[in-house]
Write a protein that binds this ligand. Sequence first.
Ligand code: NAD
Length: 311
Amino acid sequence: MAKPKILVTGACGQIGTILVKNLRELYGEDNVIASDIRTTGTYDGPYEQLDVTDSNKLFYLISKYQIDQIYHLAAILSAKGEANPVFTWNINMNGLLNILEAARNYDLDKVFYPSTIAVFGQLTPRVNTPQHPNITPETVYGISKAAGENWCQYYHKRYNVDVRSVRYPGIISWETLPGGGTTDYAVDIYLKAVAEGKYTCYLDKDTRLPMMYMPDAIKATLEIMNAPKENIKVRTSYNIGAMDFTPAEIAAEISKTIPNFRIDYQPDFRQAIAASWPESVNDDAARIDWGWTPKYDLKMMTDDILKNLRK
Ligand SMILES: NC(=O)c1ccc[n+]([C@@H]2O[C@H](COP(=O)([O-])OP(=O)(O)OC[C@H]3O[C@@H](n4cnc5c(N)ncnc54)[C@H](O)[C@@H]3O)[C@@H](O)[C@H]2O)c1
């Protein structure tokens, strides 16, 4: 079978950088077009500057490269988004609508849309959050992603667009830096532990959040995109879980390898955002429908990250 031609938006970000690498290994460098609003990509292979609110350029690139699939990662994340809510809404919402319109008009095979645990809010059960709870997000980011999930379902039902989505928890990586989310501390803590042996955390020590190591995030993304169409029964977005921990627990895990590691706590505005999010999610639907299982827990992830950072 011919390899698909893929466009990735927001490809210079924390997840996009790693996802493009993986997609290129699978489908070939020239079949995966990386794009971002940034003028210079860090890519050797095909790269295009694309602001996702610019539908003309988006449609032009789809024709130019004969695109079959889009992984639509471009967004403004939770913490950064609060600085300018209307700007954030515009990029997150109109960007997605442009992608969905492109999928409909160009008859694309598939679209991937990452949602987030930020869609949940105070009315959502915080422990083992169900797949279809009350959704009352409290950040503009969460509001835009919740609306986005519903738009995905709408385009699927009304136009048969095959758009697939997962609600990522906080994604932890050591190769790429996060772009302004509320869970970024769980990346910074490893970098500071290795570089300085200490870390000041902007969340309280007991703030429990669902998290996932980057290899599992990529695994979930590729697995849902490669599952048979009839297996995708949730057309808003699937909960996916891997691990959950507090800042105190991740610090304790790091201390097993770096015994002198010290952490202190200075909560800022991100504490209120985190307090409105789940502590853990129920991902039974993803497990049953397309076989989701994570590989990494906190210990395995910590060992892997510290080994790589110390190289
Ligand atoms: N990282 C996480 O923990 C996490 C958790 C849940 C969901 N997600 C979702 O995954 C996706 C990728 O997240 P990430 O962590 O890589 O984010 P990031 O902030 O690291 O990267 C986002 C990228 O989008 C680009 N961008 C911003 N505005 C743009 C525009 N108008 N047009 C095109 N590109 C634009 C930025 O330059 C950046 O490179 C996002 O949709 C995000 O909501 C991420």
